[in-house]
Design a protein around this ligand. Structure first.
Ligand code: ACO
Length: 436
């Protein structure tokens, strides 16, 4: 962190002494005011629920400028990475800070590929779940259970353990997501095939059966790879902050990533792509395109609690650059599969058009987010809606690990422990039960 010449001065209207607070400059983005000594010097905390103005760490991994609609992984624009690199190159970049050259890439791909199988016992663990369990419930369990299967990579303070845990997680997530799916539909698990690409292998594990080989379609594999790349990291979002907070206690990497999976499940975060598709199904059931006007009215009504899922973002107040790329992929996939006239997709495109022109959304800078289009693409590929968030988790795993490892390697890291403004009852005596 580079200290700035400027200092912030905090003064109080009750005459308490003022305090100078140091400022730090990032390489880009807003400066931060260092309040670490605030409590020690003033006896006061800051109050910032939802972290609207609080940086919880310094990081070198991902930079977002929400007003410009800019997303950089290690300095590289997402638009270039999505077009010029594949997902495993992006994983290498997020983990190591630089893009791999050819031999580094070959070695990394080979390491990941050689870890794609999971311990055979894991299928028995999976069998304990109900077949109709939500895939995110299953994934939270499976990822957490990895700490019970891979004891030799659970010491978060050991860099070698962290490295092998990273490779295992990246390699095994597709296998676990595909196993969770096969279990739901009652089909045999398909083992990974090492001569396929990361995305191609995942699609084969999802869609092949022992009776019929699955030949991955290049356009669909590319679309899946792009979904992975676009979801790989997104700086200090809710699930990443959860992973950091969980890992700050020194717990093992699998447990910390399982916490991230659990957080991602929520509809305000990774669950939005599923919620978005379910919203489209509902509108379709109630009349399709003709129903959009009424639905938008409901969304605008503050008392209805209805949101246009797949729209809006805490950080992007301009078009999400990932949404632009996903929109392109969406049209490519629909074209490849001849689905341009599918009523659900037509409905989605109409909804997008209306919302982008509507004053309510324009004034609030609400644009479609990546999940609006990724849900449509995944549905077109044949992925069942409840699995969408599990695929997001698969893709985000590398970001979680890169952020976790960055935190653990930082000599200044401390266990995360927010404070509170207490507004409840003050100390009082417990009355005997008969007098309450
Ligand atoms: N539909 C309708 N109105 C919305 C929406 C929406 N999707 N999103 C925000 N608004 C409105 C709010 O009601 C608020 O209106 P007001 O100023 O009149 O009170 C205004 O826009 C600002 O929104 P906030 O809720 O303050 O924005 P916040 O940053 O807290 O929320 C969030 C961001 C949670 C993503 C929100 O936009 C939302 O719920 N969107 C739908 C869910 C979704 O798609 N989530 C995916 C996020 S992307 C990801 O995780 C990959």
């Amino acid at each position: 962190m580079t200290p700035s010449d400027v200092k912030a001065t905090l003064s109080f209207s009750d005459g308490s002494p003022s305090m100078d607070l140091p400022l730090y400059k990032g390489s880009i983005g807003p400066d931060v005011i260092d309040i670490r000594k605030l409590y020690a010097q003033t006896g006061k905390f800051t109050y910032d629920p939802g972290f609207l103005s609080t940086a919880s760490c310094n990081s070198t991994i991902t930079y977002i400028d929400g007003d410009k609609g800019e997303l950089l992984y290690r300095g590289y624009p997402i638009e270039q990475l999505a077009v010029q690199c594949d997902y495993l190159e992006v994983c290498y970049l997020l983990l190591n800070g630089e893009l791999p050259n050819e031999s580094q890439k070959a070695e990394f791909v080979s390491r990941v590929t050689n870890h794609t199988m999971v311990n055979e016992q894991m299928q028995f663990f999976l069998r304990g779940f109900r077949r109709d369990a939500h895939p995110m419930a299953v994934m939270t369990g499976l990822v957490g259970a990895m700490s019970a299967f891979y004891h030799d990579s659970t010491d978060i303070n050991n860099p070698e353990h962290r490295e092998i845990a990273a490779i295992r997680l990246i390699a095994k997530m597709p296998t676990l997501v595909a196993m969770a799916y096969k279990y739901t539909v009652g089909q045999p698990y398909v083992y990974p095939k090492n001569d396929l690409s990361y995305a191609g292998n995942f699609m084969r594990m999802m869609f092949a059966t022992p009776c019929e080989e699955y030949k991955p379609n290049d356009v669909l594999v590319r679309a899946m790879d792009r979904i992975f790349t676009l979801h790989a990291d997104h700086e200090q979002n809710a699930s990443t902050s959860t992973v950091r907070l969980c890992g700050s206690s020194g717990t093992n990497p699998f447990a910390a990533i399982a916490a991230g999976v659990a957080c991602l499940w929520g509809p305000a975060h990774g669950g939005a792509n599923e919620a978005c598709l379910n919203m489209l199904y509902d509108i379709q059931k109630q009349g399709g395109v003709a129903r959009i006007g009424d639905f938008i009215k409901q969304v605008k009504d503050k008392n209805s609690n209805v949101k246009l899922m797949g729209f809006g973002h805490r950080v992007y107040k301009n078009y999400d650059p990932r949404a632009k790329l996903m929109r392109e992929t969406c049209h490519e996939v629909l074209g490849e599969l001849g689905l341009q006239n599918d009523p659900l997709f037509k409905l989605a495109m109409e909804l997008e058009k209306i919302a982008l022109e509507d004053e309510y959304f324009v004034a609030r800078k609400l644009y479609p987010n990546v999940d609006f289009y990724s849900g449509i693409v995944q549905r077109a590929i044949g992925i069942p809606v409840p699995l969408f968030t599990a695929i997001f988790a698969l893709a985000r795993t590398v970001g979680w690990i890169a952020q976790l490892n960055e935190m653990i390697s930082d000599p200044e890291y401390k266990i995360g422990r927010p404070r509170q403004l207490f507004v409840g009852a003050t100390a009082r005596d417990v009355k005997p039960i008969g007098q309450r």
